[in-house]
Design a protein around this ligand. Structure first.
Ligand SMILES: Cc1cc2nc3c(=O)[nH]c(=O)nc-3n(C[C@H](O)[C@H](O)[C@H](O)COP(=O)(O)OP(=O)(O)OC[C@H]3O[C@@H](n4cnc5c(N)ncnc54)[C@H](O)[C@@H]3O)c2cc1C
Length: 430
């Protein structure tokens, strides 16, 4: 019997498990630090985008295969070390994602009221690490830094009315706090221009259909319309949305301004963030942004940086600091140790990008380990964890947690998530 451990139960972990699982005499353990599976499908993808979250049904199919096991509530690096896993399994695949915010490196970034998107997204999605965040929603002005889809998710969630969350699984504390929010002006800041955004058309178009909020684009920021022909079709559609926002300004109580060519240079305030100082930029022929020296201030009592993520290092695993991911050669880290998904590539690409990645790393592992042999595998991990008093959460346990969340859902919503590890464990009688 061959034994493989996959660390991380997000898309990359389960796509890797899917390939391995089909190989017959193999036992695959999918280990996660949380008692609940699916990584960012549960804690990242927006709560009002349920159709995207439905991909977890495919992972459930993999998790229920006879030769796959979920080992929840076990943190690799503290409950068990990488060296121990490498000793126990023929191969160990790190699919730990990139859950840490890239730091916003400007003066004032440490003021209260300045947070990263991992924290804010985790807060509204019920990640236990961020349930106590308490974002400064008393602020009328919010600056959202970044020009990707995460910035759009953050702006949309801030702008929605309580009734617009019907059918979502936004958690109770966020539903309540956003319901009483004082946010009126949201600025999405990007250092470059409309042709350099990393926003997809569907997500951008949604901003044009919000009950109480309207997007605004300064027509002067848009390049000549003929230049759109050079864009690939998806980007062209996105830019068409921006053109329509610029051409048809709608007066609604909450505004979402796209501040293009806008580089944040400082956050200021007495004891908390009150304003963000922005320098206007211009682009060179390589489309890199440069400050022009002209600055302006935006009132912002809440600043949310959506500028990318990093994989936290794990003791004993070589790490590429500049790119914030494990040092790897096309997925291989050290003999017997691999990485996949955001932990391998860095934080880019969609859920679907992890599918070929997981399939390839799965095949690579199968080739490398051949028939395998002699490793202690599952029983060895179980004995080690038991000796430390660590009791993993099984997939069966998770389904009981899930059933309790579904039973607690408000009418029309799919579930009411537990937002603490204690509450999750309590639901399974621990
Ligand atoms: C805010 C946000 C919204 C997104 N929305 C979309 C969308 O709408 N559509 C789309 O296609 N893509 C979306 N994505 C991208 C998508 O979520 C990622 O491509 C995908 O989740 C990456 O998969 P992964 O398995 O590499 O990492 P993750 O999904 O992050 O999974 C990593 C797992 O590893 C576990 N883990 C971490 N460290 C340890 C440890 N030391 N020990 C044990 N377990 C550990 C974590 O608990 C987690 O379960 C979004 C991403 C973000 C951040």
């Amino acid at each position: 019997m061959r034994h493989v451990a996959i660390v991380g139960s997000g898309p990359a972990g389960y796509y890797t498990a899917e390939t391995l699982q089909k190989a017959g005499d193999i036992a695959v353990d999918v280990i996660d630090r949380l008692p609940v599976p699916y990584g960012l499908i549960r804690t990242g993808v927006a709560p009002d985008h349920q159709s995207i979250k439905a991909v977890s049904r495919r992972y459930e199919g993999v998790a229920l295969a006879d030769n796959v096991r979920f080992v929840g509530h076990v943190s690799v690096g503290s409950d068990v070390t990488i060296d121990e896993l490498v000793d126990l399994y023929d191969a160990v695949v790190l699919a730990t994602g990139a859950p840490n915010d890239r730091p916003l490196d400007i003066p004032g970034a440490d003021l209260p009221g300045v947070i990263g998107s991992a924290a804010f997204v985790g807060w509204y999605n019920g990640h236990p690490d961020f349930a106590g965040l308490n974002p400064a929603l008393d602020a009328a002005g919010v600056a959202v830094i970044g020009n990707g889809n995460v910035a759009l998710d953050v702006a949309r969630i801030l702008a929605k009315t309580p009734s617009e969350f019907g059918g979502s699984d936004i958690v109770a504390h966020a539903r309540e706090a956003l319901g009483g929010s004082g946010v009126r002006h949201i600025h999405i800041l990007g250092r470059r221009g409309p042709h350099q955004i990393a926003m997809t058309p569907k997500e951008l178009g949604e901003l044009g259909h919000l009950d109480r909020a309207s997007p605004r684009v300064d027509p002067a920021d848009l390049p000549p319309e003929g230049d759109d022909a050079l864009l690939e079709p998806g980007m062209r559609k996105s830019v068409t949305h921006l053109r329509s926002f610029a051409a048809n300004p709608v007066a609604k109580p909450v505004t979402i301004d796209f501040d293009f060519f806008a580089m944040p240079i400082a956050i200021e305030g007495e004891g908390r963030a009150q304003r963000i100082i922005v320098e206007r930029t211009t682009l060179d022929s390589d489309l890199r942004s440069h400050g022009t020296g002209e600055t302006y201030a935006i009132d912002a009592g809440l600043v949310i940086s959506c500028i990318g993520y990093q994989t936290p290092p794990i003791p004993g695993v070589p790490y590429e600091h500049g790119r914030g991911r494990f040092a790897n050669d096309d997925g291989r880290i050290l003999p017997g140790l691999y990485c996949v998904g955001w932990a391998r590539r860095g934080p880019s690409g969609t859920i679907g990008t992890n599918k070929p990645d997981g399939a390839r790393i799965g095949e690579m592992v199968l080739d490398d380990i051949g028939r395998g042999g002699g490793k202690a595998g599952r029983p060895g991990l179980d004995a080690l964890l038991a000796s430390r008093g660590v009791t993993p959460v099984t997939f069966r346990d998770w389904r009981r947690i899930e059933a309790a969340e579904i039973a607690a859902a408000l009418d029309g919503n799919p579930r009411e998530k537990f937002v603490s590890v204690e509450a999750m464990l309590e639901a399974i009688g621990r």
